[in-house]
Each structure stands twice: as C-alpha cells, then as structure tokens.
Design a protein around this ligand. Structure first.
Ligand code: DAH
Length: 319
C-alpha cells in the first residue's frame, strides 16, 4: 500500500511538472512533452502493477477448510489436484451433439439387460450361433451386460412409434457403455462405448442413411471423407452393410486405406413387427459403431486399453 501511495505522489509531481510546458519556448515544447509523457506512462504502468499486488494481498479467499483445524481427521483440501472429464465422455458429447444438430433425439442405453433385448427382439433365432458372436457376459441370474447398444432398438421403436401416427419420423441416437467377454489387446477391450442410430419413416431409404453417416463422420473429423460399404450380416437388418471411411491423409492415412467404422442396414421387418410397427407401411434404417475406435483415429492413439486404464499421464494429455 505504501508503494502505491508513493507512486501516486510521483504521478502528481509529474503532472505538476507537465504544467510547466506553458512557460517554455515553442521549439522546446515537443521534446519536453515527449519526455514527460514517457515518464507518466512508466509510472502509470507501475501503479497498475501495484494495484494488482494490493488486491492479491487485500482480498483473501475465505478458507472453507478452516474447520479442518477443529477436526484433525478431516483432509486438507489444499494441494489436492482437481480431476477432469474423461476424454471419452467429452467425445461422446460431441458425437451426440452432431446427431442432435441433424434433428435426432437422444436416449441413453443401460448397463444391464436381458436375453430378450439383447437377442430375441433383434430377430436372432433361438439357439442361433450368431448369439455366440457377441461374447456376452452373464450374471448368475442370467442377465446380460449389453454387448451392443442395439439392445435399445426395441425400446426406442416402442417408445417413439407414436411419432409415426403423427406423420413424423422416429429419429433417435443411443450412446452407451457395452461389454464383451473377449481377449483384451491393443484393439479389443472388454468395456467400451457405442452409439446406435435408429430412423423409421414411411419412405426412408438406404441412400439417406449413407448420407447421414457420411455427414456425421465429416463433421466429427472436420473434413471431407471418402466412404465405402461392403455387405455384412446382422440378424436385425436386411440388407446389412459395413460402413467404411478412407483414413484421412491428415491422420496418417494412405489412398485406399479404408477403415470399418460401423455396422448398419435397413431394419428387418421382424424387428419392426415385434415393436408393433407395420413393416408394409414403414421402413427404417439403423446403425451402431464403437466410440473408442472413432476417438483413437482422431487422436492417433494406438492402444484402446488406455481409455480404461486410469493412467493419469494419458488422461492429462486431453486437459
Ligand atoms: N450392433 C452391431 C454390433 O455391435 C452393430 C450394428 C449393426 C448396429 C447393424 C445396428 C445395425 O443398428 O443396424 O456389431
């Protein structure tokens, strides 16, 4: 504070000195003015600094942990490093936001489900070997932590089918955590994230689906992309496709380097029927793909296991 007073007095002196300009002959006024002005600016800068320092001293934050002195057992919160959001959560938000901007609703998936939603409602025949392809975990009670977000399709179709009666379309995306009982390596995790999309209307078609997907990937990677599809097999779509994008040059890709990003197709009539939607009247398409892989490509990550590792050095890279 004393320093601030001193500087303010100094400024007053300089201002008084400046008034003397009137007594000077015209040819000396220019140099004098410039010199005085430089001095003023220097003092003003010092005053600003001193005021800031004074604030630091005078305005102390309230010590909300003062009660720790009363109860020694309680922790001292000072010095504890604050956490941050997990990169996958931030990226999942971005994914959902892109679809929302296209007009999709969002319904979150769940972390425990059953045989009906995992398989039956998705047109997997009883005892069909395709059920084994999903490497599902099971609880002792026979419940299933979902192996894909498609478990939500039946629920979405039922919950939103009134839209069709109102002459609108069903357009919903479902982000969620999924689980598979498979060997873990650099490209396989037992726990990962997917995002599902479901669209149903009177006259939608595959071209629209490919348009939506291309738009999504181009928004997410912020660049134009080449896409390609190849035939796939899923019991809940007919026809079924695997959707691929050409790995962007900026992300280390070479021409013709296509990566499979998700499974998709026209919703099987049986799936619509089971949800109470007449397949002769309405058509739908759906897709589902991994979020981890999407994010790995964006940031050039080579090992999916980082995401679930809790490795702070890795996590700090994103904050
Ligand atoms: N659920 C599939 C999987 O995890 C991906 C998928 C394929 C989702 C086709 C769909 C779809 O909605 O129509 O392998």
């Amino acid at each position: 504070m004393q320093e601030l007073e001193r500087l303010k007095n100094e400024l007053k002196k300089i201002n008084a000195e400046a008034a003397g300009i009137r007594d000077l002959p015209a040819e000396k006024r220019g140099d004098f003015g410039r010199e005085i002005n430089a001095k003023r600016q220097a003092i003003l800068a010092q005053i600003t600094e001193a005021e800031k320092a004074a604030l630091d001293v005078d305005v102390q934050p309230i010590d909300v942990t003062a009660w720790c002195e009363v109860n020694e057992a309680l922790p001292d919160f000072y010095g504890v490093e604050m956490g941050a959001r997990h990169p996958l959560m931030s990226e999942l938000d971005r994914v959902v936001e892109i679809y929302q901007l296209m007009g999709f609703d969002v319904k979150e998936s769940r972390q425990l489900d059953n045989e009906y939603f995992m398989f039956d409602s998705l047109n997997f025949a009883k005892e069909h070997p395709a059920r084994d392809g999903y490497d599902t975990f099971r609880t002792e009670e026979g419940l299933i932590p979902p192996a894909h977000t498609s478990t939500m399709q039946h629920r979405v179709l039922k919950e939103y089918r009134h839209r069709l009666d109102d002459g609108e379309a069903i357009a919903v995306v479902v982000p969620g955590r999924v689980f598979r009982n498979e060997d873990v390596d650099a490209t396989h995790e037992h726990t990962f994230y997917q995002c599902e999309g479901v669209y149903v209307s009177r006259d939608c078609n595959m071209g629209q689906m490919l348009g939506i997907l291309q738009e999504f990937f181009e928004k997410y990677y912020e660049q134009k992309l080449n896409i390609r599809t190849q035939p796939g097999y899923f019991p809940f779509t007919e026809p079924s496709l695997e959707f691929m994008i050409e790995k962007p040059k900026a992300l280390g890709g070479k021409k013709g380097d296509f990566l499979e990003m998700l499974g998709c197709g026209m919703i099987h009539p049986n799936v619509l029927k089971m949800a109470g939607i007449n397949p002769d009247e309405y058509h739908g398409f759906a897709w589902g793909g991994g979020i981890d892989r999407l994010v790995m490509l964006k940031y050039g990550l080579s090992d999916v296991r980082y995401f679930e590792s809790g490795n702070l050095n890795f996590l700090r890279e994103f904050n």
